[in-house]
Design a protein around this ligand. Structure first.
Ligand code: PXP
Length: 236
């Protein structure tokens, strides 16, 4: 199981002062030294944390794989074509949301997502769609011609009761199996922590987990390299 570390919050801290420290590029290199298999950033339309400069420098600096989350807008398609990350994960984006609130409605936006995916693929970029654990959505993602899906683990992470947690895990497991059966790469993430990652890390068909907030928060107390190494050990 690979670990992609989302370093958006290194940029969030920098943007708190609109200065230059901490630099997410430094954070990315430390994550890699600690065993991260990839670096993820979300280039938001409002540039609230990651800036264009960050993505450009990350592409030129990191030794692992750069995954850029973005909305399927014309502006972002142009940015992706210019930067050429290893993978683009298309996500829904609402201006006032605190974080990505759910997966894409692939069925409703099938034409737009198919077009965006084809455009990205024409630049040699692998395309993944962030989707809720729903079988019809995973089937629609496959129809859109993408190479991968990232299954949203948020409902599992926020489940309050054992029954809710078991139902959310079952939905993730079924979505993972469907994605894999259709030949898609299957990733997962959102709101995973050191406490709740175990059952997701045990899903053998999931190739990679994308984890950000929990790792950057822990890094404040133990340092980024230790925080990444601890999560990597849990995935093993
Ligand atoms: N996957 C996607 C698509 C996301 O938008 C995010 C948050 O930016 C993550 C994974 C990581 O979530 P978290 O920061 O809660 O680990």
């Amino acid at each position: 199981m690979k670990l992609g570390v989302n370093i958006d919050h290194a940029a969030t801290l920098r943007q708190a002062r609109k200065g230059t420290e901490p630099d997410p590029v430094h954070a990315a290199v430390l994550c890699e030294l600690a065993g991260a298999d990839g670096i993820t950033v979300h280039l938001r339309g409002d540039r609230r944390h990651i800036q264009d400069r960050d993505v450009e420098l990350l592409k030129r600096t990191i030794a692992t794989r750069l995954n850029v989350e973005m909305a399927a807008t014309t502006e972002m398609m142009e940015r992706a074509a210019a930067i050429q990350p290893w993978q683009v994960t298309l996500v829904p984006e609402r201006p006032n949301e605190v974080t990505t609130e759910g997966g894409l409605d692939v069925v409703l936006n099938q034409a737009q997502l198919t077009q965006a995916s084809a455009r990205l693929a024409s630049h040699g970029i692998r395309v993944s769609l962030f989707v809720d654990p729903n079988l019809n959505t995973v089937r629609a993602a496959h129809k859109a011609g993408v190479q991968a899906v990232e299954i949203n683990t948020n409902a599992y992470a926020v489940a309050r009761t054992e029954a809710e947690r078991a139902a959310a895990l079952k939905a993730i497991d079924e979505a993972v199996r469907m994605g894999s059966k259709l030949g898609l790469g299957v990733l997962a993430g959102h709101a995973l922590t050191y406490r709740n990652v175990g059952p997701i890390a045990a899903m053998e068909l999931v190739e990679e987990l994308n984890i950000g907030h929990a790792i950057v928060a822990r890094a404040l107390f133990v340092g980024l390299q230790q925080a990444v190494a601890e999560m990597k050990a849990l995935l093993k």
